[in-house]
Write a protein of this length. Sequence first.
Length: 507
Amino acid sequence: MAANRTTLAGFQLFLAGLVLGVSNFMVVLDTTIANVSVPHIAGGLGISSTQGTWVITSYAVAEAITVPLTGWLAQRFGTVRTFAVAMAGFALFSMLCGLSGSLATLVLFRIGQGLCGGPLMPLSQTLLLQIFPKEKHAAAMGMWAMTTVVAPIAGPILGGYISDNWSWPWIFFINLPIAAVCVFGVVRLLARVETPTVKRSIDVIGLLLLILSVGALQIMLDIGREHDWFSSGLVVGLAIVAAISFAVFLAWELTEDHPVVDLRVMRHRGFAVAVSALSFAFAAFFASVVIIPQWLQSSLGYTATEAGHVTAFTGVFAVIMSPIVARLSTKVDPRGLVCFGILWLGVTSLLRTQWNTGADFWTLALPQLAQGFGMPFFFVPLTTLALGAVRPEETASAAGLMNFMRTMSGAIGTSIATTAWDDYARVDRSELVGLLNQPDQVMQTLQQQGFTAEQARGQIERLVELQSISLSTNHIFMVAAVVFVAAAMVIWLAPRPKGPVDTSAAH
């Protein structure tokens, strides 16, 4: 990308950096703010909690699709102009999300929000590197990284508080004043650092194939359980469309001169291995991030705020360890750091297999706190390992593909995990019913305590339901632990980077 290297100084530089940092914070915040609000959204719209997770996956998929387009958009329309329009679109769709009265409209507008939000994260990084003098790039990236780490911590807490004390639409409405200030600030402060525009063609066919394959796959995963999977013609049709369009997409992108997603970087073994480990580990990680607050609220009676406090503990050590791991990555074999980090996530997942309906706050919060210690070991050196395996001129393409795979794996992992969670619960419920000892005697005891026959039956059913969901949750954590261990072992197939790596393109 041709860049105007004009830098800013003084108070103007401070304000511009603050605007870009807040913009990035808001976009990252929206990836987690809805997690604890799913029960509220489901209740407000009259849908199941499983359907409520579509609000999360639709945003992630849309965001993943637009990330590879960021470079082309910035070249075609200018970095500052693209950023301002994307932020305005993000605000518009945030407002429409809050006004939605049905699942269909909420998912549609959430997709729009993701499409606009996708370019904002990498563009905020690009603009920070452009306006800050080179000697201050490290400080600028430190600030950017901090907003990226802190936002997922604040998301569950803020989302829970808003849902409990106001109503779920306000998790979207709060974006409006912030986005308005950011758009105004970018236009006024950064207009003179706009990058030159270049009329460059876009891989339209590749983009359409990408949208078709990813969209069909995600819809199939989201609605499969409700339509009894492949006994439904709709699900079969979506599977066929996803498979064929993906095969054509691969063939097209590998032969296109300017592909929308440069798959040729996968020829580097180190990059392919690192991205594979990232995809599987992040799928398991993000699925647990979505399931935990739902279980806390549906089975333990936690409010959204309390669930947010439990899940937010993950960020405490993540913030502390990130700069330490960044320094270690230049001195220690990054494969060892990544392996340790992913295995640590597996251990914390195993700790959660002991959770039950009688667990107290700290029994739930401590595995979250411990998980945060290992997260930087997973994310930070993995970027070094992946980008160190490609040629310098391929770094931007590799970073874009890496971010696309991470975001997509999170959405797919969430869909698979929530479906399996519900299926496990039904199986466990059937097994528990068969194991009940003397249900008639339990009924009689409850009736002697003043319950009617109907109330006694309801109490037993509720107890079985709660235990079946808890067992199902434990199964999900056990599977996640297995996935983490496998991903940790795979990373050793990658060669060690031979020299220093420029990770400024990673976003």
